[in-house]
Design a protein around this ligand. Structure first.
Ligand code: HEC
Ligand code: HEC
Length: 278
């Protein structure tokens, strides 16, 4: 009898330690995610010039590629839903709930209206959007007919919270310099495009490539001399048709279908910008 007790104790203590450790980590992760950023004086004024719907549509569908997650009609999508990571929902943007200030908080700061961080919404790239482009995007979103769709809100599970804690799940609000959103005045047209279309977000801060996690192919180096063996025509083909110079098709993680709608000048601007990254 005594012996069995000792065995149970010997087995149970590591389990107790593991459970206690997991609970502590989860409390830590929850407080990390609940932390609010001060949002006074951060956002676009609610009064301002009205945006241009057509220009906004183009940004939505091409350069900023919002449709990838929020859907072609802005009705949103369920990105992940499992018992471990939790539920990640790109919300329905139709139905008119947004003011310039709340839209700015979400899009350029990655924050909800209370200043809490959004998860997965790639605002670190969009932080560079100009005020004009942001107002155009909002005008387009506001022009969309209400979808009437009822999507649940995002809710991270214990696994999702841990991924956030360990930097494996994208929380842009932590990466953004919130006093510096908007287009830098010295950015070239190509740099601006590269920033807001997410080239840096996936290919890394210096465009020298980075891993996108266990389930996706890595984003290869494309900056500086990384594409020395490519011509500008090769680059154009990669963006237009998703084909590399060696004939291999690019994985659709690389958002070439959206980028294929860029015009020739924009592709040329991008090419020069990525070649100039040092
Ligand atoms: C990679 C997927 C992805 C892309 C691309 C994306 N979003 Fe989001 N967006 C999300 C997710 C996921 C959320 C919800 C995050 C959360 O609840 O923590 C979100 C939240 C938002 C919100 C807050 C909405 C609300 O009702 O709470 C707005 C506004 C928004 N996105 C606009 C945009 C716009 C405009 C673009 C393009 C410039 C864009 N998003 C591109 C995934 C994305
Ligand atoms: C959502 C992440 C993502 C974004 C945003 C993105 N890329 Fe990519 N890109 C990838 C991935 C992943 C690959 C590798 C695909 C493969 O090997 O099949 C790739 C491949 C490429 C390649 C081919 C390189 C090679 O050596 O094969 C080029 C060129 C490229 N991207 C340019 C760009 C440019 C320019 C932008 C911005 C306008 C951009 N990408 C935005 C993920 C992304």
């Amino acid at each position: 009898m005594r012996r069995t007790h000792r065995w149970i104790l010997a087995l149970a203590s590591p389990i107790v330690l593991v459970v206690a450790g997991a609970v502590t980590l989860d409390i830590w992760a929850r407080s990390h995610l609940a932390a609010r950023l001060p949002i006074d004086d951060l956002t676009l004024a609610d009064e301002g010039p009205p945006g241009d719907v057509e220009a906004g549509r183009r940004l939505y569908q091409t350069v900023a590629n919002c449709q990838e997650c929020h859907g072609p009609e802005g009705a949103g999508s369920l990105t992940i839903d499992d018992g471990f990571v939790g539920r990640l929902v790109a919300p329905d943007l139709t139905g008119g709930g947004h003011t310039p200030a709340s839209f700015d908080l979400a899009v350029r700061h990655g924050l909800d209206p209370d200043g809490r961080p959004l998860v997965l919404m790639p605002s670190d790239g969009y932080a560079a959007l100009s005020d004009k482009d942001l107002r155009d995007l909002l005008a387009y979103v506001q022009s969309l007919p209400p979808s009437g769709r009822k999507l649940p809100r995002s809710a991270l599970g214990i696994g999702g919270r841990q991924l956030v804690l360990w930097g494996q799940l994208h929380v842009p609000a932590y990466l953004i310099d919130h006093d510096q959103v908007g287009a830098p005045s010295d950015a070239s047209a190509g740099e601006y495009l590269a920033r807001v279309s997410g080239c840096y977000g996936c290919h890394g801060d210096d465009l020298q490539g980075r891993s996108l996690g266990p389930t996706l192919p890595p984003a290869p180096p494309i900056g500086g001399d990384a594409l020395d063996s490519w011509s500008e025509a090769d680059f154009q083909r990669a963006l237009r048709e998703g084909i590399r110079p060696d004939g291999r098709a690019l994985d659709p993680t690389m958002p070439w279908p959206a980028l294929s709608r860029l015009d020739d000048d924009e592709v040329a601007d991008l090419w020069h910008a990525i070649r100039n990254v040092r």
